[in-house]
Design a protein around this ligand. Structure first.
Ligand code: HEC
Length: 131
């Protein structure tokens, strides 16, 4: 019986991992519609976002969000092109969630950029990368 329980546990663990790796980045519905706590059009907010971007994000995502940063080139996953309609078509909440929690090679910034207002400022800056 003990062996059986162990086997079931192992199978569940493997299956769980497969699901976590196989699925793309899933943003919960309530986070998708989350509204910014800052004025996304405010020039000083965008300037703050730009400054944080240069320190925390540029190395992988590149200064214009093309995914061409020096560190980005060393990753297994391409960081993506933030100027595209596909990227920009996401909601503010989605970009905020992805920045906050990360996924795979994309780090979590919940602790590295602890202020929610600063993470929203990053979203405001990412909006300016649109083509
Ligand atoms: C160590 C490299 C690295 C750094 C630093 C980094 N990212 Fe990423 N980022 C990635 C990678 C790789 C992906 C793609 C992840 C995937 O799809 O598996 C990504 C994806 C994203 C996405 C989702 C892209 C999409 O198409 O939906 C957002 C938003 C994002 N990053 C924002 C940021 C912000 C903001 C910062 C700085 C605070 C940052 N990233 C710093 C590597 C990085």
């Amino acid at each position: 019986m003990k062996k059986m329980i162990l086997m079931v546990a192992v199978v569940l663990l493997i299956a769980g991992n497969a699901v976590a790796q196989g699925t793309a980045w899933v943003v919960p519905a309530k986070d998708k519609t989350m509204k910014a706590s800052v004025d996304m059009k405010d020039a000083s907010v965008i300037a703050d976002g730009k400054e944080i971007w240069a320190k925390q994000c540029k190395a992988c995502h590149g200064s214009k969000g093309l995914g061409d940063g020096p560190k980005g080139a060393m990753l297994k996953t391409n960081p993506g092109d933030f100027t595209t309609a596909k990227f920009q078509g996401q909601t503010d909440g989605e970009l905020y969630y992805k920045t906050t929690y990360g996924f795979d090679e994309m780090p979590s910034y919940e602790k590295k950029v602890p202020s929610a207002a600063d993470r929203w400022a990053l979203v405001a800056y990412m909006r300016t990368l649109k083509k």
